[in-house]
Design a protein around this ligand. Sequence first.
Ligand code: FES
Length: 107
Amino acid sequence: MPTVTYVHPDGTKHELEVPTGKRVMQAAIGAGIDGIVAECGGQAMCATCHVYVESPWADKFPSISEEEDEMLDDTVSPRTDASRLSCQLVVSDDVDGLIVQLPEEQV
Ligand code: FES
């Protein structure tokens, strides 16, 4: 099962084993990880599941859709080139070892 590590702004890490097909957001919510709110439940309509995904992981996910791009303009913490909505990131064997950085704030 792929491993995903969530890194809080203070450096605290949570490592989870996530079944393939599950969203990065769903896994965090299911495990009670602070730092992802996901108000809309994964509909790409709230931007409170904002995370930063750096290379080489960033290239392993489909590119940002128009819908996701619009929502990323509304994140509370600054948007960067690494910004993604974690509800749009589906875990697969390709991303085993994925590291996602959580932003300072979601709301
Ligand atoms: S959970 Fe709302 S945009 Fe991802």
